[in-house]
Design a protein around this ligand. Structure first.
Ligand code: AMP
Length: 402
């Protein structure tokens, strides 16, 4: 019987990189070998709190632990996941820990080795990303406590967008707000960096051209790239702007917020809860933030929520193409982008006039190239892998520093 990679390594010394992606109620971990791109093990701690679930998979993607049970906070989730990794690899020796950090502010555009002052600075950025940054910082603190002598590397979601021109970076507010950091940062940068690098392998002829990448998951945004670099993104100052998402509103007139404050007498925390957690697909459908549930439903509100999502993507693709001055390819990624043939088909059907259309068979099979033979613009599906970008960046920085 073929021995799995995990059992082969069971008692051998093993140098590895750990990646951590801490969300508000979840923690994703992956263990990568010192010099390889295939994870040795992964763990997902979901619904951190009294109803937590921890799922650990081995190098073959087989579930080896699925534990429902309380996960008090991120630290418990990290400790429990690590216990499982150590059970698989008793002689595990971490070279470094790489972290996804949503916001790098104006100072951090490239990955950095975290020091105490970096953590303090990243913590100060919590006001810019209140629903994400505190958890990212908590993840760094928990990992530093667990491995005090192992370097911690922060990789930023904003980093990929740091080269935007001023026009694509600013709001039309008085200039002092820009100087104070009120800018369009853009997010999902680790995902875009991965997909842009994959394009150089799967589609080298178009990788440097004018491309829109649609990261469509529970969070969703578009990025316009040219020569592999971000030119603009639909997300801006916060992770609310642009496309509607699972629970976030996307594009909204700021006048609505003033109205909610002044007339509906909502305070900022009520409005934050409304815009981040009760809007988007769940708000419009009244049913679910999950695209699979909406696609399976015959409730007309579910269909309207999908229709709004699709229409927003179409409008923003055209907007990105206008900024790029053309479009040479459209690439889908993220849970919806990689799996929902209906969303991909509908988005492209409404943009036939631009030269976009999908081939039903290629689309149904989630192939890399899904455009119709007659289409002027190639349409691709490229699965994203944020964990691998973090592992690669961490490895690069640690190797350079040693
Ligand atoms: P992500 O945040 O990237 O993990 O994506 C989560 C979203 O992807 C959820 O809305 C899921 O419903 C959606 N998704 C995952 N698989 C499918 C599928 N087979 N068909 C439609 N949507 C899917």
């Amino acid at each position: 019987m073929a021995e799995t990679q995990s059992s082969q390594h069971r008692s051998e010394p093993l140098r590895a990189y750990l990646t951590l992606n801490a969300g508000s109620s979840s923690l994703k971990l992956a263990l990568f070998p010192e010099d390889g791109d295939s994870p040795l093990a992964t763990a997902l701690a979901d619904r951190i709190g009294p109803d937590g679930v921890l799922t650990v998979k081995d190098s073959d993607g087989r579930v080896i632990t699925s534990l429902p049970g309380p996960l008090d906070h991120h630290e418990t989730a990290l400790d429990t996941a690590l216990l499982n990794f150590r059970a698989l690899y008793p002689s595990l020796s971490l070279v470094a820990v790489g972290h996804r950090v949503v916001h790098g502010g104006t100072n951090y555009s490239a990955p950095v080795i975290v020091t105490e002052s970096t953590v303090a600075e990243l913590d100060r950025l919590r006001a810019f990303a209140p629903l994400h940054q505190p958890h990212n910082v908590a993840g760094i603190r928990a990992a530093t406590k667990a491995f005090p002598s192992v370097p911690q590397i922060a990789c930023f979601d904003t980093g990929f967008h740091s080269g935007h021109s001023w026009i694509n970076d600013t709001f039309a507010l008085p200039r002092e707000f820009y100087e104070r950091g009120v800018r369009r940062y853009g997010f999902h940068g680790l995902s875009y960096a991965y997909v842009a690098s994959e394009l150089t392998k799967v589609a080298p002829m178009i990788a440097q051209k004018k491309i829109v990448i649609a990261h469509l998951g529970n969070g969703a945004s578009l990025c316009a790239i040219e020569q592999g670099r971000s030119v603009t993104s639909t997300m801006g100052f916060s992770t609310l702007e642009g496309l509607p998402m699972g629970t976030r509103c996307g594009r909204i007139d700021p006048g609505v917020i003033l109205y909610l404050l002044d007339e509906e007498k909502m305070n900022s925390s009520d409005i934050s809860d409304l815009l981040y957690k009760r809007s988007g697909l769940i708000g419009l459908s009244g049913l679910s933030n999950d695209m699979r549930t909406l696609e399976a439903s015959d409730n007309p509100n579910a269909e309207q929520a999908i229709a709004y999502f699709v229409a927003s993507i179409q409008r923003e693709i055209a907007s990105c193409a206008a900024t790029l001055g053309g479009l040479d390819a459209l690439v889908f990624c993220g849970g919806i982008g990689e799996n929902s043939r209906a969303v991909r088909e509908r988005v492209c059907a409404g943009l036939n006039w631009m030269g976009l259309s999908v081939d039903p068979a290629h689309n149904a099979a989630n192939e890399t190239f899904i455009s119709a033979a007659s289409a002027r613009i190639p349409v691709l599906v490229v699965p994203t892998n944020e964990e691998l970008v973090i592992a690669r960046e961490t490895r690069k920085l640690v190797t350079r520093a040693s």
